[in-house]
Design a protein around this ligand. Structure first.
Ligand SMILES: Nc1ncnc2c1ncn2[C@@H]1O[C@H](COP(=O)(O)OP(=O)(O)OP(=O)(O)O)[C@@H](O)[C@H]1O
Length: 384
């Protein structure tokens, strides 16, 4: 098997024969390897199996225009992580398409994060308030006071602050209402906090983020129908929480955070946490894989920091340009024409071996729930 992301190794443990189509449940898989598919020959036939290194942390990107197989590819990776040792996949699922991972032992959870996991300075923008405005600065101050005032010995706190209680949104609203500020300022701040409570993602008693990465089984955070700002708050808390938990030595597994529709999270309260994982996540052992149909909406650091890039078909010039920002000489030439056409086919750029290959991603073992609805498949969809 050819293992991507592993320095200088072509780990041909199983011979890599033409019959090795990467689809079987492989007892012969090298350890700590995600078997994602097989090389795609020019004549369209599948050849040697292709794996991704799971032994070390990585930063990866999955690109492709709509319907080319990004979520599916992320699902294949999650299945492989579920079967590997020492890792813990956590999937951010904005569209509600990863529920099929239950068949791999996974669990789907509703988002629940502690208000204290969002730093005081991030609260005004999260609530759509100008930090320099009266209500914005009041919310900032109230959160800062509430987090500081929490009882308990500071030495008990993990770096995530998750071993001490968090204020609830109700407590923050109460503090706002009783603050020394003009009544319209207090009212505006309280209204914005009421809105945050209505998102239903904040819970002062939410389990620590690290508990999401306690098992090999994938944990799918279902963000379908959750407002954008709330989803960003959850991604921020989870990304930062996993990073801090690893730094604090609280996690015995290496977390892999898989983020679908990632363009939505590089704008707003989650951006800094994702950037932290991209630039510094590998040192404590946190991997990040972002999938998006809008590569141009990702910061260039996402491409420059990624060591694995899987690109399904892209057509928009600005998106192809972002791919070209990988600045790899082995990517020279007409990139757009190198991207394969077929659904589930991708160009894989491997920084470790400085190579690019065309790959067919294997079929899922668990159900993929991302099918586009088709009128013809509905009961009323037959010919009249
Ligand atoms: N590797 C694959 N093998 C077989 N079928 C695939 C593969 N990848 C994708 N498909 C098929 O293509 C469909 C679309 O894939 P997917 O939902 O992953 O697209 P997407 O790129 O995430 O689209 P969107 O941007 O709309 O979310 C899937 O429902 C599945 O039927």
């Amino acid at each position: 098997m050819y293992v991507l992301g592993r320095d200088g190794t072509t780990d041909d443990l199983d011979g890599g024969t033409a019959s090795d189509d990467g689809n079987d449940c492989d007892a012969d898989r090298p350890p700590h390897t995600a078997r994602i598919g097989s090389f795609l020959a020019r004549d369209g036939s599948a050849s040697a199996a292709v794996g991704v290194d799971l032994d070390r942390p990585h930063a990866g990107l999955v690109f492709g225009k709509r319907g080319t197989g990004k979520s599916y590819t992320l699902g294949v990776l999650a299945e492989e992580l579920a079967a590997a040792k020492g890792v813990a996949p956590v999937v951010v699922d904005p569209m509600g398409v990863f529920g099929g991972l239950r068949a791999a032992g996974g669990r789907v959870v509703d988002p629940a994060v502690r208000p204290a996991s969002i730093p005081p300075s991030a609260w005004p923008p999260l609530l759509g308030l100008d930090p320099a405005s009266g209500p914005g600065s009041l919310v900032w101050r109230v959160v800062a006071d509430a987090v500081d005032d929490e009882p308990g010995d500071a030495t008990d706190r993990g770096s995530t602050g998750e071993t001490t209680p968090s204020p609830s949104i109700a407590a923050l609203r109460e503090a706002v209402t009783g603050a020394d500020a003009p009544s319209e300022t207090r009212r505006a701040a309280a209204n914005h906090l009421r809105l945050a409570a209505s998102w239903g993602v904040f819970d002062a008693d939410a389990p620590p983020v690290g508990s999401l990465a306690a098992e090999a089984a994938p944990v799918v955070i279902d963000l379908a129908g959750v407002p954008d700002a709330a989803a960003a708050a959850v991604v921020r808390a989870v990304a930062r929480g996993l990073y801090d938990a690893r730094i604090a030595g609280e996690l015995s597994r290496l977390p892999w955070l898989l983020v679908d529709e990632a363009h939505a999270f590089f704008d707003g309260v989650s951006e800094s946490a994702l950037r932290t994982l991209l630039t510094r996540g590998r040192a404590p052992g946190v991997s990040l894989v972002c999938a998006t149909q809008r590569p141009a909406a990702l910061p260039s650091v996402a491409v420059s920091q990624s060591d694995l890039l899987v690109s399904h078909r892209l057509t928009a010039a600005r998106d192809v340009d972002r791919l070209a920002a990988a600045e790899a000489t082995y990517l020279a030439g007409d990139l757009a024409s190198r991207l394969p056409d077929g659904v589930g086919e991708a160009l894989v750029v491997d920084d470790a071996t400085e190579t690019a290959h065309t790959v067919r991603i294997r079929e899922r073992r668990t159900p993929h729930e991302g099918e586009s609805p088709r009128a013809s498949r509905l009961s009323g969809g037959g010919p009249r």
